[in-house]
Design a protein around this ligand. Structure first.
Ligand code: PEP
Length: 247
């Protein structure tokens, strides 16, 4: 049994007041029944993590990235162990906005994932193909090579979540079809078995324009264990229905 995870990636949005208002509104409206069906996670900008952790209650907190080491001369990086001490349980690594926009390769993502694990964080490792790669029939190959190179030894269901996020579906309003999503998630699970031995308990999230009106169908797919949500996570009215689509 894999408990559904609904994760909100706030990206570089929301100031302190807006972030506090949003988390307070979620805390007020998310019920014990909701939390019996899914874990709820929000990933704000780094400086919001400490103030949000004071009021987040049962909502989990995650960072959107971390450094590949725990301490040292790495100007601008954030230590995974600092994140853990501030109340983070999760960290997103390898989001396409970092793979493509910041030229991060899978080797670096693997080091970040290992550093996250060493600090007790669960890494949400993102993989996904571009529109061209899908059109050329290379989607599975691209995702398989990202996955193999991004996951360090010692990954297990407690410290690893995989997020399949087709790049062409992020922030575009386009969503992969249910058949495309299920097929890719099944392929990812098979590959995780090859890499780690057992993948029956590892959660695989779908991300890419998840909204209230497609969440029920996507979350009902056999190998979809949750959602990584960008735009729709920025308002309670759009995030809560996705939480309620779980279970
Ligand atoms: C994301 O940022 O990971 C994402 C999936 O964004 P959106 O839901 O806006 O497509």
């Amino acid at each position: 049994m894999r408990k559904t995870l609904i994760a909100g990636n706030w990206k570089m949005n929301l100031d302190l007041e807006e972030g506090m208002d949003l988390i307070q509104s979620l805390v007020n409206q998310i019920t014990p029944d909701d939390l019996s069906k899914c874990d709820v996670l929000v990933c704000p900008q780094m400086p919001l993590i400490a103030p949000l952790s004071d009021i987040a209650g049962s909502i989990k907190l995650g960072a959107q990235d971390c450094g590949a080491a725990n301490a040292g001369a790495f100007t601008g990086d954030t230590s995974p162990s600092l994140l853990a001490s501030l109340g983070c349980d999760y960290v997103i690594v390898g989001h396409s906005e970092r793979r493509v926009g910041r030229l991060e390769d899978s080797g670096l993502i693997r080091s970040k994932t290992a550093a996250a694990h060493a600090s007790g964080l669960t890494a949400i490792v993102c993989v996904g193909e571009s529109e061209n790669e899908r059109d050329e029939g290379k989607a599975e190959l691209v995702v398989a090579s990202q996955l193999a190179a991004s996951i360090p030894p010692g990954s297990n269901p407690d410290n690893l979540v995989v997020a399949y996020e087709p790049v062409w579906a992020i922030g575009t309003g386009k969503t992969a079809s249910e058949a495309e999503v299920q097929e890719m998630h099944e392929t990812i699970r098979d590959q995780l078995v090859d890499l780690l031995g057992d993948a029956s308990k590892i959660r695989i999230l779908y991300g890419g324009s998840v909204k209230a009106d497609n969440a029920v169908a996507l979350l009902a797919l056999k190998d979809v264990d949750g959602a990584l949500v960008g735009g729709a996570a920025l308002k309670p009215d759009s995030f809560l229905p996705i939480i309620r689509a779980a279970g």
